[in-house]
Design a protein around this ligand. Sequence first.
Ligand code: AG3
Length: 280
Amino acid sequence: MQLWFSEDQTRHIRISVRIKAVLHRETTPYQEVMILDTVELGRMLVLDDIIQVTEHDEFCYHEMMSHVPAFTHPRPRRALVVGGGDGGCVRELLKHPTIEQVDLCEIDEAVVRACRQYLPEVAAGLDDPRCRILIQDGIAYVKDCRDHYDVVVVDSTDPIGPAVGLFDEAFYRAAARALTADGVFVAQTESPFFFQDILLRARRNAEASFAHAALYWGVVPTYPGGFWTYTMGSKTVDPARPDPEALARRAAAVKTRYWSPEVHRQAFVLPPFVRDLVAR
Ligand code: AG3
């Protein structure tokens, strides 16, 4: 028998992944949480039928979400991850020697629990003494923070359900207030092929809330289109022009498989169709 999981990536395009077993399935007040064991991609976290993490390609996403903002900041000490209950971004941020604290603000404790049990390598950082887990709504949490974090990473789901507000301008402005004077913000902003409206809205929000706004990209094979974007806001440092020497020096302390100083710099070089899209 063949068992397949399919995600509708758009209304007319699907990705299907062959499954060995359903390891966990639970309906929470927020969503359906599933962990599937797949034939080719290792274990996979699926929320409301949308692929969030596979063991085989999660590093592509988590490294770009974490290291690009962390290396943009001159000396990050405190970081906040909004969403990201699997712990992948926490694990990457903790690799930075200057990091003293990473707060994870995840709305659904079931995601954290399932990932700790079934995706221990992704969730590895959650037991680090520098990590604090807050099970609460990230929008409400960020609204009450002032001048506290050096880096804010918004590791959200697609803008459906509880994540909708994370794509609003009010949230971007609140995140800017939660950041210190040279703070850096990043959000995952979907595919430039299929979700241009999401990306453009994030871009406008970042421009309205930060001195510098920049888009960068990376490859995540299991996300729609495979070509993924990240939108950054920064209060002082221009993210698109990192100092190559500083990057190379700091990179020596951080072990990665996707991110490198060269990948970091080229990530801000946009193919003309994306450049033109955001320049509009
Ligand atoms: N964050 C979700 C990225 C969006 C995936 N979208 C999709 N497959 N349609 C992932 C959380 C990982 N920490």
